[in-house]
Design a protein around this ligand. Structure first.
Ligand SMILES: Cc1ncc(COP(=O)(O)O)c(C=O)c1O
Length: 390
């Protein structure tokens, strides 16, 4: 008999960009110089003080499990960071250290979603969110959003899309793929809209720190009962170490701890010891230099793409992505990506990876390459547009 793997695993879509990435690797193996603007992680390696702390942790034998909630010293350091960055007093008891922001998402979905229940999510958005919900037998109610709402859920949209099976809303600020940021008032009205419906507000703050010309407010400034996902991957540049955290209301912590014990026992020990170095002034200075570099890249690539005819309707204030409308050139976004890969050896991500709404005529560029590389990419885009027959 043919195998039947679970319906929940069959319901999960792969990243469509992976097919392009496989082709990009083939082209690279054949000796072509491929420029990668599809990758959603900083091009910088982990900052030296963190690497040194990781090496010291290994040498000291910190190779075992930690407490499920994470090292107390790290939870305190994270709480201290909320004080420093946002002026917030967060009890370290409310913080759980997780394997990446992905681990925090797994905990939050396991805690908050019963079978058949769903969260409202913006479309376009980060695709794994709806997949995590599916894995816990819940689901996503995708809400189409465009430039008119800064590609973000609003209180009005919550009101419009909330139904008897809705249990919460998940928003990301800054968002992937659009880079848009929610202001304090918007967070407060989303909080009010979900609380009025006895639902939960979950805010993905994974790209915090990577904002340009402004700071993103944390939802915890306006709503102490919200769940916050965060990560050492992006601003802290530790993608491969697999470390993140969740801030939860006090009454949720015991249940979350139980889930953590069962789902993954603890976040990686060496990574947790290494991450303690993130909060030293010299390491924070490195992150700030990198933030400034990302800002320079955005300030170069955004006008360059607009000049070439891409429509980027709202200025992205954070993350390292530009979500661009290719309608002016005609044709389908996936074919457009294929064309640039084949003819110009330039990789970027089709809209299909971020949902359904707007997907066929949008692409995402990640400015996770140096400025000289971005300049080469722009030359290739200009040339590739001339040969594109949408
Ligand atoms: C919006 C968003 N949330 C969560 C994640 C998960 O990242 P990590 O598990 O590395 O923290 C990502 C990664 O790209 C993301 O873009």
């Amino acid at each position: 008999m043919a195998h039947t793997y679970s319906a929940r695993s069959r319901a999960i879509e792969p990243f469509h960009v992976m097919a392009l990435l496989a082709r990009a690797n083939e082209l690279q193996a054949a000796g072509h110089d491929v420029i990668h603007l599809e990758i959603g992680e900083p091009d910088f390696t982990t900052a030296a003080p963190i690497v040194a702390a990781g090496q010291a942790a290994l040498a000291a034998g910190h190779t075992r499990y930690t407490a499920a909630r994470g090292l107390p010293a790290l939870r305190e350091a994270i709480a201290g960071f909320y004080g420093q960055r946002y002026g917030l007093q967060i009890d370290p008891e409310r913080i759980l250290v997780t394997p990446g922001g992905s681990g925090a998402l797994l905990l939050a979905s396991s805690l908050l979603v019963d079978p058949g229940k769903h969260w409202l999510l913006a479309d376009p958005g980060y695709p794994c969110n709806r997949h995590f919900l599916r894995l816990v037998e819940g689901g996503a109610q995708l809400v189409p959003v465009g430039p008119e709402v800064n590609y973000q859920l609003t209180a009005d949209l919550v009101e419009r899309y909330w139904d008897k099976d809705s249990v919460g809303a998940l928003v990301a600020s800054p968002a992937n793929p659009t880079g848009t940021v929610l202001g304090r008032d918007e967070l407060a009205s989303l909080s009010k809209a979900t609380r009025e419906r006895h639902g939960h507000l979950v805010v993905d703050e994974i790209y915090h720190g990577l904002t340009y010309g402004m700071d993103a407010p944390s939802v915890l400034e306006v709503d102490d009962s919200a769940f916050v996902l965060n990560s050492f991957s992006k601003y802290f540049g530790m993608t491969g170490w697999r470390l993140g955290w969740l801030v939860a209301p006090p009454n949720a912590v015991t249940d979350l701890e139980k889930l953590a014990q069962n789902l993954y026992i603890s976040a990686p020990s060496m990574a947790q010891h290494a991450a303690l170095a993130c909060f030293q002034p010299e390491t924070l200075a490195i992150f700030e230099e990198r933030r400034a570099e990302f800002a320079r890249r955005r300030d170069y690539l955004l006008p360059a793409l607009r000049e070439l005819g891409f429509r980027i309707a709202v200025e992205p204030q954070g993350a390292f992505y530009l979500y661009a409308d290719i309608s002016a050139f005609g044709g389908d976004a996936f074919a457009f990506c294929q064309h640039f890969l084949e003819t110009e050896h330039l990789a970027f991500t089709p809209g299909l990876d971020f949902g359904r709404h707007l997907a066929g005529h949008h692409v995402r560029f990640a400015y996770t390459q140096s400025l000289p590389r971005l300049e080469q990419a722009v030359e290739r885009i200009a040339r590739g547009l001339r040969s594109w027959q949408g």
